[in-house]
Design a protein around this ligand. Structure first.
Ligand code: SF4
Length: 435
């Protein structure tokens, strides 16, 4: 009977509109077609990267394991709760491919445990957030940029390679009263290595490697009317003052402009701050915004949920029973590298692959609980591993695009696997019953 019901559901839901989270484009126009065995057969509209993403299957995973041995979900939840209960300072982390709903449960669990919670695994993740706190942001949705911007500067990013449909969805289409053909939009690329993206631009500016900060500083100084020494400009940026002057003039005369940045820029707090200050300066006379191109998964959602729930976007410690913020102390990398966490709960993320070697080594020595739908190295290495339903294919949920837009992840079929949030709630319930 259950099989019949499942088949009936399969046929009635054979075509599902869902969202791809394999890169920061977060395309929400993916038509999933599945076969009667609930395998993804077609992913209409997805690029090659997206197709590979949807082709990843978690079917081969057992529902749960404890030290590599098959276990029931109840046993795994019980063991996970026991490990967390015994820990002095647990760390709840990962969250990259978790839904908003699961991140909310993970935050509540960290609160109940007096744990640290964080999602940052690279210096770039934290830098972008801290820059936002320092300089604020003049921003917009990608949709607004797509429909209004007559000038876009892509800074240190190769969107064509990393975000394959970014141009198709956001830059090459315009059907609005403000701009009705892509030719009306000037696309400028600034970077230190020519790439597919620079070839697409109407104008490419090749700067010295690692000179984003200096180049942005020069551009902002020109926009602000500061006189600069031409020789020093070439020495610092590898580009002549005239070229920067032309770019500044073009930016000042645009009706609506956007700086889209990613990659190397994201790793430097000072450069992200400079972008924010540059667009703020330009906004005195016209409209400019800055947008990160975003990364795969839902890191942007993790930052938002943590900010809603605790007041801080990352590196939150509940040990004192009130949330406290430690961007230089309680990030995932630092907690692991300093040996401060004694048990780690990894939610929907392949953590070791994102860490530097010292943090990854420290992680390998700790008791780890992992919840995921992908057959990752993290799940294999975990003391307790629980296979959860895959959002956007096997269960519904919400993800946040890098510009703050909430997008739906729809279920194409029903699975026996529990959702990540249900498992986190079950662990919290088990813990509450112990106290
Ligand atoms: S561009 Fe990115 S989000 Fe869109 S389908 Fe390709 S991989 Fe998925």
């Amino acid at each position: 009977m259950a099989a019949q019901l499942r088949l009936a559901k399969l046929f009635s839901m054979a075509n599902t509109l869902t969202t791809c989270t394999a890169c920061g484009s977060t395309c929400d126009d993916i038509q999933l077609q599945i076969d009667t065995q609930a395998h993804v057969m077609r992913t209409d509209n997805a690029c090659e990267l997206g197709q590979r993403w949807f082709a990843t299957e978690g079917d081969t995973l057992p529902p749960a394991t404890i030290r590599g041995q098959p276990a029931t979900l109840e046993q795994a939840v019980h063991h996970a709760a026991q490990l967390l209960d015994e820990a002095k300072l647990p760390l709840v982390t990962g969250l990259k491919q978790a839904t908003i709903e699961a991140i909310r449960e993970a935050t509540a669990l960290a609160d109940a445990l007096g744990a640290c919670i964080d999602w940052t695994t690279s210096a770039g993740d934290a830098a972008a957030m801290l820059a936002l706190q320092t300089a604020g942001a003049v921003t917009a949705t990608i949709g607004e940029v797509a429909q209004r911007a007559d000038m876009v500067v892509v800074w240190q990013a190769n969107l064509t390679a990393t975000h394959p449909r970014y141009h198709e969805r956001y830059l090459d289409k315009c059907t609005s009263p403000w701009i009705d053909t892509p030719e009306q939009r000037t696309l400028v690329w600034v970077g230190s290595e020519l790439c597919e993206e620079s070839e697409k631009a109407s104008h490419a500016i090749l700067i010295k490697p690692n000179s984003s900060f200096e180049s942005l500083l020069v551009l902002r100084a020109i926009v602000s009317g500061v006189e600069l020494d031409a020789e020093a400009v070439v020495e610092q940026t590898g580009v002549s003052l005239d070229v920067w002057q032309d770019l500044a003039n073009q930016m000042k005369s645009a009706r609506y402009g956007a700086v889209v940045h990613a990659g190397e820029l994201g790793a430097s707090r000072e450069s992200v701050i400079e972008v924010a200050r540059l667009v703020a300066e330009l906004t005195a006379t016209t409209r400019w915004v800055a947008l990160p191109a975003g990364s795969a998964g839902n890191s942007s959602g993790a930052a938002s949920v943590l900010a809603w729930q605790t007041g801080f976007p990352l590196a939150v410690n509940f040990a004192q029973r009130v949330p406290s913020f430690g961007p230089d102390e309680w990030t995932t990398r630092r907690m692991l590298a300093r040996g401060e966490a004694d048990t780690v709960l990894v939610v929907a993320s392949d953590l070791p692959s994102q860490l530097d070697s010292s943090a990854a080594e420290a992680l390998a020595a700790l008791p780890m609980i992992a919840l995921d739908w992908q057959p990752t190295a993290t799940l294999k290495a975990a003391e307790v591993a629980i296979r959860v339903a895959r959002p956007g294919v096997e269960c519904a949920g919400t993800t946040q695009r890098s510009d703050g837009m909430m997008l739906p992840l729809r279920a194409a079929w029903d699975t026996d696997s529990p959702t990540c949030e249900a498992v986190l709630r079950a662990i919290a319930t088990n813990l509450a019953a112990r106290s």
